[in-house]
Design a protein around this ligand. Structure first.
Ligand SMILES: CC(=O)[C@@H](O)[C@H](O)COP(=O)(O)O
Ligand SMILES: NCC(=O)COP(=O)(O)O
Length: 241
């Protein structure tokens, strides 16, 4: 069944708004796990606008499920990941100024750089996933570079779901089939929500993990964090029936 990794960037955004330690990120991560999260995802950005570099070290001490660190492989990021040895690193091609992730890797144009970075992480027993769009050539590129998994960038699916779910999910079904046939594991994320998650997971073969932050933390304002995480877990359970 697909695992749920909870992205806690937004908790850090809230904490940083007042410069103190409320809410406490470490406590929230611990609680997410006890409420049913099967992983914790963070995306430390160079401006530290939400997750700060020292949060990565604090979380390493307490995360007992899968620890997934996302980001652009700058020198600082590579050092941070190697220092903390998470379960998984998800490489994302974000420039330093983007509002949020807005594209996947061109694994052909960036092959040389990615190949070395992937090898470095794998030598350190860190699973490597590449954030990627539904493009057959780029998926083949990810396999050629030695990545363990891809994370399908789901913004287009999320935008198209309410108009035409079948059409919206079709490229992801196909992309996952290709990835599976190449021996790549398949993760997914970006703008997944209580509304669109079950259909996605039911139609994407071999979906190993979803990382969800923005919608989940927003839902928690209404439903509470424990109840919300349980609702997302149920969507994934329903999808596997
Ligand atoms: C890779 C991805 O889709 C997410 O990590 C997303 O980038 C969340 O980052 P923000 O919380 O900074 O928008
Ligand atoms: N990898 C995607 C992620 O961690 C969360 O994205 P979002 O749910 O905040 O859009």
């Amino acid at each position: 069944m697909t695992k749920l990794s909870v992205n806690i960037n937004k908790i850090a955004t809230l904490r940083n708004a007042r410069g103190g330690d409320v809410p406490n990120l470490v406590q929230v991560a611990t609680d997410c796990e006890s409420f049913g999260a099967q992983g914790i995802t963070i995306h430390p950005r160079p401006d530290e606008r939400h997750i700060r570099y020292n949060d990565v070290y604090d979380l390493k001490k307490i995360v007992t499920t899968e620890y997934n660190i996302e980001g652009y492989p700058s020198e600082d990021f590579i050092k941070l990941v190697l220092d903390n040895k998470p379960t998984q690193v998800t490489l994302v091609p974000d420039g330093p100024d983007v509002l949020t992730s807005n594209a996947g890797w061109d694994t052909i144009a960036h092959a040389e750089m990615l190949k070395d970075v992937i090898a470095t992480f794998k030598e350190n027993d860190i699973r490597v996933s590449l954030f990627i769009e539904c493009n057959e050539d780029y998926i083949q590129g990810a396999a050629d570079l030695g990545a363990d998994r891809i994370e399908l960038y789901t913004e287009d699916y999320a935008n198209g779901y309410s108009r035409d779910p079948e059409n919206a999910v079709a490229p992801y079904t196909y992309a996952a089939e290709i990835a599976n046939s190449l021996g790549l594991g398949v993760n997914a994320g970006h703008d997944l929500s209580l509304e669109n998650l079950e259909y996605f997971a039911a139609n994407v073969p071999g979906l190993l993990e979803v990382s969800i932050g923005h919608a989940l933390i927003s839902d928690a304002l209404y439903f509470g964090l424990e109840n919300t995480i349980q609702q997302y877990r149920r969507k994934l359970e329903n999808a596997s029936r």
